[in-house]
Write a protein that binds this ligand. Structure first.
Ligand code: ZN
Length: 553
């Protein structure tokens, strides 16, 4: 990857924006509170929402041959929107030869109210629609049909909808009224342009740069809320009390009980599609999981994450940022069940009072990995213990895989503000830990950086993909609460000053000038565009054939 100087401008508050702001779509983040509130244990939406989960691949962005606009998508399962109903109403009224005021009179409403309904600007109640259908001598189902009454009407509806999106309104281009005076030819052309624009936007959203920006935006948001999701904590706590959990580690049995409580069955299988971690059959309410011993992932966590999509009422992600956001939410959901807030807080508050906070204690009390415990600690530390923290998972070559901070530590960033794939200073605890003779125990160190002195604790995690370090740190002022603060280890980092560690020492560089020619190990995934599909990289055919096979067995 090319080295890009971090741009200070990227850090300004103006670059902090909701990842969905420009997308012209629903903003799931904002609805979190409503979406989580009042959710019963049996998610009634689960099955319904799910049937569309896999089959609704983004066909709306499929290219169309120029000059031949395909007819509108008329998904028979979709409910007609007010605009389609309005157009249908107008079409039927004109066909009946009646005027606006005649029909309005018969239905007992004003002509202007009827006009608003016909223009899709007011939503009519079902009872009023029934009355209107009666006035026009047609059935209610004629009004509620999803198919537009004519090709012309379909184009008018599509143009009107396109012009109502935030994406279009943000462009500040005047809208065209799709009235009778607009020639069909012009209408075709405008609709074609809108479709092309939507397609280009979708393609742009699939570039690695967009993905990196989405990641950076999400990290900003997490930092602002102290890495804490109160609504998910409440959902998790309610679920646990509904299943009579009384404390201690969440065993497999507890997970099975939770699934059963939600109306799901957990099935371990050996033939999961290569591109998936789990597959959920929403129709039969089964979560398919890998064999418990396969891979490094805790199967409890995988099961809880899969259930998280259902409990948190996720629908098919509209774009990569929503996909990411859902990922963060299901991870959080699983962690808040594996390490319940109430018990973890009791433990951590006791530890703080004794000035003896240690990630290992959380890990051991709940039988989870160090990484899960460390990550979970960051959820609770700022909100409940008043501790700013940072967390990192990096490879043995120092490349960041995951990181979070709200304690002012400066992670290296690229021009998009992304940190994933960047290399951290070789004098940081997270990297020094790899040089320790004993990789099995936690290593603590004080590090002086340009943004202050931090104390960090790190452990090395051995995986099939190599060695990783997981580290947690706090600013010097807060080290008094942490176990391991008595360490005498100390180092100094001058990064991002290139003289610190990103450039070789001058003397060494001079001696080898012109004589060193390494061959780079290319990280192809960094060059590739984002994997396509609603669920990036997932092979839909594999998933569907898998479900077919299992639903018949
Ligand atoms: Zn450095």
């Amino acid at each position: 990857m090319t080295e890009t100087a971090p741009s200070k401008a990227e850090k300004g508050p103006s670059s902090v924006r909701d990842p969905h702001h420009a997308a012209g779509q629903q903003r799931p983040g904002q609805q979190t509170a409503q979406r989580f509130s009042g959710r019963g244990s049996q998610s009634s939406r689960g099955a319904g929402a799910g049937t569309s989960t896999v089959k609704n691949a983004r066909n709306s962005t499929a290219p169309t041959a120029p000059g031949h606009l395909a007819p509108l998508d008329t998904d028979a399962s979709a409910a007609p929107d007010p605009l389609t109903i309005g157009r249908q109403l107008r079409h039927l009224r004109k066909a009946s030869g009646k005027t606006l005021s005649e029909v309005a009179d018969e239905a007992g409403i004003s002509a202007s109210a009827l006009s608003l309904i016909e223009n899709g600007k007011r939503e009519a109640k079902l009872s009023l629609l029934a009355t209107l259908a009666g006035a026009l001598d047609v059935g209610l189902s004629d009004l509620l049909t999803v198919a537009a009454p004519s090709r012309r009407a379909a184009l008018e509806i599509e143009l009107e909808k396109a012009q109502r999106t935030t994406a279009f309104r943000d462009l500040d281009i005047p809208a065209v009224r799709p009235g009778p005076r607009l020639q069909t030819e012009a209408l075709e052309s405008l609709v074609g342009l809108h479709r092309a624009m939507a397609r280009i936007q979708a393609e742009r959203a699939a570039t690695p740069e967009q993905a990196r920006r989405a990641n950076a935006d999400l990290r900003d948001r997490m930092r602002r809320q102290g890495n804490y999701f109160g609504e998910i904590e409440t959902v998790a706590a309610n679920l646990l009390s509904a299943t009579k959990y009384e404390g201690g580690p969440i065993t497999r049995t507890v997970v099975d009980r939770l699934a059963a409580h939600l109306g799901f069955r957990l099935v371990h299988t050996t033939d999961l599609p290569e591109s998936t971690r789990t597959v959920t059959d929403l129709a039969h309410r089964i979560v398919y999981l890998p064999q418990p011993d396969a891979g490094q992932h805790d199967s409890r966590s995988l099961a809880l994450q899969a259930l998280g999509h259902v409990v948190l009422d996720h629908s098919v992600p509209q774009d990569y940022s929503e996909f990411l956001e859902q990922r963060v939410e299901i991870n959080y959901f699983a962690a808040s069940l594996l390490i319940p807030e109430k018990g973890a807080l009791a433990l951590l508050k006791r530890a703080k009072a004794a000035k003896d906070i240690a990630i290992e204690d959380l890990r051991d009390a709940y039988a989870v990995s160090y990484e899960t415990a460390a990550h979970r600690f960051t959820n609770l530390a700022t909100r409940h213990l008043d501790l700013p923290v940072h967390f990192m998972r990096i490879s043995s070559s120092g490349v960041i895989y995951k990181a979070y901070e709200n304690d002012g530590v400066h992670f290296p960033t690229d021009a998009t503000g992304a940190i994933e794939g960047q290399r951290v200073c070789r004098y940081w605890t997270a990297r020094v830990v790899f040089d320790r003779p004993d990789l099995s125990s936690a290593y603590q160190q004080y590090t002086d950086t340009k943004s202050g002195t931090y104390w960090c604790t790190a452990v090395v995690d051995r995986t099939s993909a190599g060695l990783f370090s997981v580290s947690v740190g706090v600013p010097y002022a807060d080290v008094k609460w942490m176990r391991g603060r008595e360490t005498g280890e100390r180092s100094k980092s001058r990064c991002p000053d290139p003289g610190c560690c990103s450039q070789p020492p001058a003397e060494l560089a001079g001696r080898w000038e012109g004589s060193a020619w390494p061959s780079a190990r290319v990280h192809s995934h960094l060059l590739a565009a984002m994997p396509p599909g609603v669920f990036p990289g997932v092979d839909q055919t594999d998933v569907l054939t898998f479900l077919e096979r299992h639903s018949k067995s």
